[in-house]
Design a protein around this ligand. Structure first.
Ligand SMILES: Cc1cc2nc3c(=O)[nH]c(=O)nc-3n(C[C@H](O)[C@H](O)[C@H](O)COP(=O)(O)OP(=O)(O)OC[C@H]3O[C@@H](n4cnc5c(N)ncnc54)[C@H](O)[C@@H]3O)c2cc1C
Length: 367
């Protein structure tokens, strides 16, 4: 998604932009990979406003004002994100956001090439090897921006060219998706302006409301094994159902499924984000654990800073270095907040709600 945000910004500077995407044009496949909504914070909203699509995003989003921890005995702790609308989060379906970014990029002159997979790129000659429906092609560009996510092929090529340190850190926890339909949310009076948290030892449920009154949720469970362990997931489900039996209907499909889709939490650190005419943005250079909802928002901030640097410095090396120097510390801070937030989430029951303040990076507790 960072690529679709960057493209129109660079088009406005007079560049000809091509976005290469291995998926089909239909963004609905995004929900198959990651059905939970993405949340947009104040910084992300400002960037969408600059793109001219904030109102369109609001039309298909839910504003989240609070976080609500359910304690299982009918008690709950509720915490306002921040007492002003600037602290609210917009919860939006990935395919809806993708569609808006896509049509905006197209309107601003970006060429979008779908079903086209990047196989390799060379930092010296900037040649890309691409595959479209089994046919190979070599293409040349003045600048290659790797906005290709946590398993970035562009990053792999950077690492081959230069002595750059890259670390991939996996949490010993995994996640599976579940959903609560609108009727049940209504019956259980689940507030649709709140992010919901259910937890017990070694397991967490995090639910985010959708526009249609339903809630999409993650079941997050401790799993130390090298391969996803379905038994660890079953153990987590049984444990959480002991405390929250009313989640039974929604978690049962996960118990029954013989091959449930189980995801891993990955953090990527890279001590240099560019080489030659190749640069990375977003998850490609700083994937983070998703507990603060900062990953995409930070990726959007990257593309704004990259655009600014490219507009300011005619020397490409100077522009990319400037971008790298400004954005790497900001991404590291977001990664730290995300890591800390997970520790606090684990401590939720019984006890207080904690948050990591977005502006200063300081910690706060309440309740
Ligand atoms: C469970 C979960 C919940 C999250 N919730 C939030 C949230 O609430 N708020 C938030 O800000 N962030 C959230 N995130 C993080 C957010 O999803 C990512 O940070 C964000 O999607 C990163 O954007 P990106 O453009 O860098 O990468 P991606 O969105 O992963 O986009 C990369 C694109 O590159 C394409 N691609 C990859 N390889 C190739 C190739 N070889 N050739 C061609 N195309 C290729 C992919 O198909 C994809 O479309 C969450 C993440 C997870 C896992």
């Amino acid at each position: 998604m960072a690529g679709l945000c960057l493209a129109p910004l660079l088009s406005r500077q007079g560049h000809n932009i091509t976005v290469i995407e291995k998926r089909s044009v239909d963004g609905s496949s995004l929900e198959e990979v990651n059905p939970i909504n993405v949340t947009i914070n104040a910084s992300g909203r400002e960037i969408l406003k600059g793109l001219g699509i904030l109102d369109n995003v609001k039309d298909v989003a839910v504003a989240l004002t609070h976080r609500q921890a359910h304690h299982g005995n009918g008690e709950q702790a509720i915490q306002e994100y921040e007492p002003t609308t600037s602290g609210w989060l917009l919860s939006v379906k990935r395919s809806d956001l993708h569609a808006l970014l896509r049509s905006n990029a197209r309107n601003e002159g970006t060429i979008l090439e779908y079903n086209t997979k990047l196989l390799s790129c060379r930092a010296d000659g900037e040649a890309l090897t691409l595959s479209t429906s089994g046919a190979f092609q070599r293409r040349y560009f003045d600048l290659i921006v790797g906005a290709d996510g946590a398993s970035s092929m562009v990053r792999q090529n950077l690492l081959q060219r230069q002595r750059i340190t890259c670390a991939l850190n996996f949490l010993p926890w995994r996640y599976a998706n579940f959903a609560i339909n609108a009727e049940e949310c209504d019956k259980q009076s689940l507030n649709l302006k709140h992010l919901h948290i259910w937890s017990d030892e070694g397991v967490l449920g995090v639910g985010i409301p959708n526009c249609d009154g339903s809630i999409s949720a993650l079941l997050i469970f401790r799993d130390n094994s090298a391969q996803a362990d379905v038994d660890a997931m079953h153990k987590g489900i049984k444990r959480i159902l002991g405390r929250y039996p009313n989640l039974s209907r929604w978690l049962r499909p996960l118990l029954k499924s013989s091959s449930p889709s189980i995801g891993r939490f990955l953090e990527v650190t890279l001590d240099r984000w560019y080489v030659g005419r190749i640069v990375t943005v977003g998850d490609a250079c700083h994937a983070m654990y998703p507990f603060c909802g900062l990953g995409l928002n930070t990726a959007f901030e990257d593309v704004v800073e990259l655009t600014r640097a490219l507009g300011k410095f005619s020397d490409l090396h100077v522009a990319l270095r400037r971008y790298d120097v400004l954005r790497r510390p900001a991404a590291e801070l977001a990664q730290t907040k995300s890591r800390l937030q997970f520790s606090f989430l684990q401590d939720l029951i019984p006890g207080s709600l904690y948050s990591v303040e977005s502006s200063q990076g300081t910690l706060r507790s309440s309740g």
